[in-house]
Design a protein around this ligand. Structure first.
Ligand code: FES
Length: 284
């Protein structure tokens, strides 16, 4: 089977919570893959996972409707079992040698990631030393990856569409935009008047009056992902104030016109603790 070149790179396909002890079917650029845990998930950290083509090579049954036994996914139709390296066993023909398409798979950062087996590409680490994870989720968007990415890289919509983080619609012409490119990345720095925010959230974020909101992001393309640094500065002194958020967003191409967003949200540990205690004290 011919796999598309985008599958050479690591893509998140499920959050860790979405993969239990039974196999799950995922799609990556139209290829259906059965993802499964080869051992029970540990209480902390990542477990071991496997991924093979969802279609059983014997008679085409969906392996994700089967179960896991001894680290292999077992087909629900005739009981052939498939190991994470793609080797198969038939109960009726124990000496037979069988193979299916396997994928490299791992669990990291609270997600399940897969790629074409054997490609030598680095895992897409994002630097969150000194940050606390405050949210992680997957959202499906019925639009091509290019369209979804285009939405993320322009700021004009934030005034109307975003509830909290974004720019004042009536002052969009004050937003500064600087762009730097390298062969592998695009970095964009946006700074402008923060849109009006509800009082309680302003307390939580310790958002200063007349502050400018900064959205400083870098996008990479293998796989397509962006890391957003978001914070506020005093527009007169240029000093930072309030929280500092770092969001990593991975754009997983499910089909040509369907994209999954994997969003990992972090807050700078010291600022988050300070703002949480401020919110706590001011509510008494
Ligand atoms: S179809 Fe899977 S074992 Fe027969």
């Amino acid at each position: 089977m011919t796999l598309r070149p985008e599958l050479d790179f690591w893509h998140p396909v499920l959050t860790s919570e979405e993969l239990g002890d039974t196999p799950e079917k995922v799609r990556l650029l139209g290829t259906e893959v059965s993802v499964f845990r080869t051992a029970k998930k540990p209480l902390r950290g990542g477990g071991t996972v496997g991924a093979v083509l969802d279609r059983c090579p014997h008679r085409g049954a969906s392996l994700s409707k089967g179960h896991v036994r001894e680290g292999c996914v077992v087909c629900p139709y005739h009981g052939w079992s498939w190991a994470p390296d793609g080797t198969g066993k038939s109960p009726g023909n124990p000496d037979g040698r069988f193979r299916t398409q396997a994928f490299d798979a791992l669990e990291s950062d609270g997600a399940i990631w897969i790629k074409r087996a054997g490609t030598a590409v680095p895992f897409p680490r994002f630097d969150v030393a000194g940050f606390l994870e405050i949210a992680r989720f997957r959202r499906r968007v019925n639009a091509p990856l290019e369209v979804v990415l285009d939405n993320f890289i322009e700021v004009e919509h934030t005034g109307n569409v975003h509830y909290v983080l974004g720019y004042d619609t009536h002052r969009l012409d004050e937003v500064i935009c600087k762009v730097e490119t390298t062969p592998e990345t695009v970095r964009v720095y946006n700074q402008g008047p923060q849109k009006p925010m509800p009082w309680a959230l302003r307390k939580l974020f310790r958002y200063p009056p007349n502050a400018h909101f900064v959205d400083d992001w870098t996008t990479r393309f293998a796989p397509v992902s962006s890391v957003y640094d978001q914070y506020w500065i005093d527009r007169l002194t240029g000093e930072r104030g309030g929280d500092f958020l770092r969001n990593a967003v991975f754009f997983t191409p499910v089909e040509d016109d369907v994209t999954d967003l994997f969003v990992f949200v972090f807050a700078e540990a010291t600022a988050w603790v300070a703002s949480a205690s401020t919110a706590c004290c001011s509510s008494r």
